[in-house]
Design a protein around this ligand. Structure first.
Ligand code: BG6
Length: 490
């Protein structure tokens, strides 16, 4: 018997991620014909919906979360007909519900065998271990099924190892897709194209020519209504251990010999394994954590709903990290992330070393600083190279100018959303842009001492910063020893 078209089962179907990201991404795949005709999406969570009321709910949410220019009433209505719903408990003692879910799925495929299943875990992380165990108990971990798990995968090294054990006992590694949506971003993938499809950057891409690298991923919103989740998580777990370190890997990795899932992910793991372990001095001096404070109209973190009055959870973190290998030895990577900053931006700034000797005058007394290559991940996606040119006219004054490429010139910002790209890759069985079990552990292994240090030293510095500003001044101090400073984009 032929296998049936894809059935995607979303756990956490009434949650925020599903309505904001997953459904719009699936709608985009549907609209562009990138998902096979007769697929089905089954929403699963505790809220009571029928198939019809769930379709209605999602149909309405699409009006809010799909960009206006992409909305097409007829196609949205048609997409909604692919949705089904199954209310159930998902936690520890919920095995009987999984049995019933299986029956529902079997009914949906009729005579065809149950095999083409894709599970998506869009639930709170506390369910990440119980769901696969229950899938196994009910026999839903079929050889052909796949499972996508949201970040954070684990809470620290030990819990990540335990989770990996569970997943690897229920599924084969090739069935497990640990998602990090930053890797689905067009501009993050473009870092690889810029580095490995051009001859002019790579020869300079090392300790001989690069002075330091900055990676910034900041946002101008607070934690919104996620207080309960965020307070137990913090910026390190929410952004650094996954998104930021992925950007470090893309910037620092060696070129894979071929571009496939194994070669690419081998190189990522090598970067993580080369991260220079943090010393006591690093923990004290090269990590700055902060928490936003009330500022005018803007609430402070401790005033947010669901956040304890005396919370010491960080909403900002800046740190200096080193990569101890032949290419990068001695080149600091400064990374930072924060909520309630002046703007939302993610970018990488590669600072090249200055020329060995300065023989020109500088326009206005401002000597052109060394060359910089800015890779703008979002928004205003593009690449800017800064370099010195002679100011026209008498004398030999030098001024820094820019050569830039923006995605707008290719007809607009990158099409589609990171989630569409990644869900499509999973449907096609391509794991390249998903995190492998060894990578997730290698990354936790590096950051674990930071978490332990904060846990064991409850009085370790936590600086306040007024909401809407660039974070604690101490993060500037941290860079001074290298003669570096943050590039704050406007
Ligand atoms: C998520 C974090 O993974 O990434 C959020 O949990 C953060 O706290 C978000 O806001 C940022 O993603 P993006 O794509 O909007 O930069």
């Amino acid at each position: 018997k032929d296998s049936h078209p894809l059935i995607m089962i979303i756990f956490g179907a009434s949650g925020d991620l599903t309505k904001r990201k997953l459904m719009p991404a699936l709608y985009a795949l549907h609209k562009e014909g990138r998902i096979e005709g007769d697929y089905k999406i089954v929403g699963v969570s505790r809220t009571e919906y029928s198939d019809e009321s769930y379709q209605k709910y999602i149909r309405e949410e699409l009006n809010h979360f799909v960009k206006e220019q992409e909305q097409d009433t007829k196609i949205m209505d048609d997409f909604a007909t692919h949705l089904y719903y199954f209310p159930m408990e998902m936690g520890e003692n919920a095995a009987p519900f999984y049995e019933k879910l299986k029956v529902k799925l079997e009914e949906m495929v009729g005579d065809a065998p149950l095999d083409n299943l894709l599970f998506y875990l869009a639930t709170p992380p506390s369910l990440y271990s119980t769901i696969p165990i229950n899938l196994q108990k009910s026999g839903l971990n079929l050889p052909n099924s796949r499972i996508i798990v949201e970040k954070p995968f684990g809470y620290d090294l030990e819990s990540a190892q335990k989770l990996n054990e569970i997943y690897n006992s229920v599924f084969d590694e090739h069935q497990v897709y640990r998602i990090d949506h930053f890797l689905g971003k067009e501009t993050a993938q473009n870092i690889l194209a810029l580095r490995f499809a051009n001859g002019i950057f790579e020869p300079l891409w090392n300790r001989n020519y690069i002075d330091y690298v900055e990676i910034t991923a900041v946002e101008n919103l607070g934690i919104e209504n996620r207080g309960g989740f965020y307070d137990g998580t913090g910026a390190l777990r929410d952004m650094v251990q996954n998104h930021l370190i992925q950007l470090v890997a893309l910037t620092a990795m060696e070129p894979p010999a071929t571009f496939n899932a194994d070669s690419f992910r081998n190189e990522v793991v090598k970067v993580y394994d080369s991260l220079v372990p943090l010393t006591k001095e690093d923990l004290d001096e090269h990590i700055v954590r902060g928490q936003y404070l009330e500022n005018g109209e803007k609430k402070g973190y401790r005033q947010e709903k669901g956040v304890p009055e005396k919370s010491r959870t960080e909403t900002y973190i800046a740190m200096k990290i080193g990569i101890g290998n032949w290419r990068w030895s001695g080149v600091p990577f400064y990374i930072r992330t924060g909520k309630q900053m002046p703007t939302k931006v993610t970018e990488i700034v590669v600072h090249f070393k200055p020329t060995p000797h300065q023989m020109f005058q500088c326009a206005g007394g401002n000597c052109p600083t060394a060359n910089k290559l800015i890779l703008r991940i979002q928004p205003n996606e593009g690449t800017v190279l800064k370099f010195g040119m002679k100011v026209p006219g008498p004398g030999f004054d030098i001024k820094q100018v820019e050569m830039d490429f923006t995605y707008d010139r290719l007809g607009g910002a990158p099409v589609g959303d990171a989630y569409s790209r990644l869900i499509e890759d999973c449907i096609l069985g391509d794991q390249t842009l998903f995190t492998r079990s060894d990578a997730v552990e290698a990354s936790w292994n590096f950051f674990d001492p930071v978490l332990k240090y904060w846990e064991e030293n409850p009085k370790a510095s936590l600086f306040g910063y007024p909401a809407g500003t660039w974070g604690p001044l101490e993060s500037e101090e941290m860079m001074k020893e290298h003669g570096a400073s943050w590039t704050n984009p406007c």
